[in-house]
Design a protein around this ligand. Structure first.
Ligand SMILES: [Zn+2]
Length: 395
């Protein structure tokens, strides 16, 4: 990811052009009104037509999503969270296991894994294998494609895991599993990108492991909201960050999902329209992260992260956490950061960007290693995200 240069906001402007069909609608309406004016009972008919039009408009705006913007509005307005009691919070948090996260999930991914390397293949297979071990029965797919890079054409592969493909709404948890390409240093050390983004991948895998039984139950009950996990390949630039040398995986997947109809049928729109919230994790694992609110459209959900952090602090469930509001802050701002959410944001998906800003001290250095991680912070973040998932998905 990269902090955007001044004046570089154009890439983040958001929604695609649309609504070009208004003139057609207007001419159809005036044709109809011309015919009606020949009738004597015009006022009564006009009133009836107005009521019918309003009923149809409300029906289509609320039920069909009415295009990308309508989709965003629908989910933002209608989705509510469920508050969880202290005893449930204690129970769910007790299922987060730092030892498991560290030894079984994180360590195997701390290898050089830029696209095309053996480490990339092993990490991808490792993620798929971890998901297949869950009892929640995830549908796991690979989105494999080729793209041009400064080093010629390369193959990339995103991992897409969906708990219940038939559920109309999806909460997305995303991270990138590739590491940035650096040649080895004088001591022969390779770049393993611990915070960037092995830790976010391990946190996501630990969250779904901690909530495995709850997710299984939610799937069996046919809940309207389900969970989707995206592990992107090729987030990093090979040379200089640019529109074509970065975000290879997320650009490809967003384009693909915007064209793919939801499994339930055309009435439910595309796969991208099914995303009610997209939570991206990046650059996490160093001590004292500052996670800031980047999008006013999703402040409601950012506020929930603030409340969960406070609640877990008050319940004494967080380690090395001196104040009740320590990570999630709304009173500090920071410029937009280009990352894997951008291709989805541009297609109208509501985004929460959980990234440490300023970036960790070790960012894009050979010191972004296991030794420089802060285990209590990782455990705390994992607990907070677990409770957020339970809240959002009504687990
Ligand atoms: Zn990076």
């Amino acid at each position: 990811m990269q902090v955007m240069a001044k004046g570089g906001r154009r890439a983040l402007r958001g929604y695609p052009p649309g609504c070009e069909s208004l003139p057609t609608t207007r001419s159809t309406l005036s044709w109809g009104l011309g015919r009606l004016s020949r009738l004597r009972s015009l006022p009564l008919l006009l009133a009836i037509v107005t009521v019918v039009v309003i009923i149809f408009w409300l029906f289509f705006a609320l039920e069909s999503g009415g295009g990308i913007d309508g989709n965003v509005g629908k989910h933002q307005v209608s989705h509510t969270s469920k508050s969880i009691s202290a005893s449930q919070v204690n129970h769910l948090v007790s299922q987060v296991n730092l030892q498991h996260l560290w030894t079984s999930l994180l360590k195997p991914m701390l290898v050089e894994r830029y696209p095309g390397t053996p480490g990339s293949k092993r990490t991808r297979e490792f993620i798929v294998n971890q998901l297949s071990k869950q009892s929640a029965d995830w549908r796991v797919e690979l989105d494999t494609f080729e793209d041009k890079t400064p080093f010629g054409s390369l193959t990339f592969s995103n991992v897409v895991a969906t708990l219940d493909p038939k559920a109309p709404q999806r909460l997305v948890l995303a991270c990138h599993y590739d590491s940035k390409y650096f040649s080895r240093d004088e001591q022969g050390r390779e770049f393993v990108g611990a915070t960037d983004s092995a830790v976010p991948c391990a946190i996501i895998l630990e969250v779904v492991s901690a909530l495995d039984q709850e997710l299984l139950r939610s799937k069996k009950q046919g809940s309207e909201k389900t969970l989707q996990l995206l592990f992107f390949d090729g987030e990093e630039a090979f040379k200089e960050w640019s529109d074509t040398d970065s975000l290879y995986g997320s650009r490809h997947l967003a384009e693909h999902m915007a064209k793919t109809k939801h499994q339930l049928g055309a009435f439910y729109g595309t796969e991208i329209q099914a995303m009610s919230l997209f939570v991206l994790l990046d650059l996490l694992g160093a001590p004292e992260p500052l996670i800031l609110n980047h999008f006013s459209a999703t402040s409601y959900w950012f506020d929930m992260f603030i409340s969960i952090e406070k609640q877990l602090h008050r319940l004494g469930l967080l380690q090395s956490h001196p104040r009740e509001q320590f990570y999630f802050r709304k009173d500090i701002s920071y410029g937009p950061v280009q990352d894997d959410h951008v291709p989805f944001l541009q297609r109208g998906v509501p985004i929460l960007h959980l990234i440490s800003t300023p970036f960790p001290r070790v960012w894009h250095t050979m010191d972004d290693t296991e030794e420089n991680l802060h285990p209590p912070t990782i455990e705390n973040l994992c607990k907070i995200i677990t409770i957020f998932m339970a809240n959002y998905l009504h687990l």
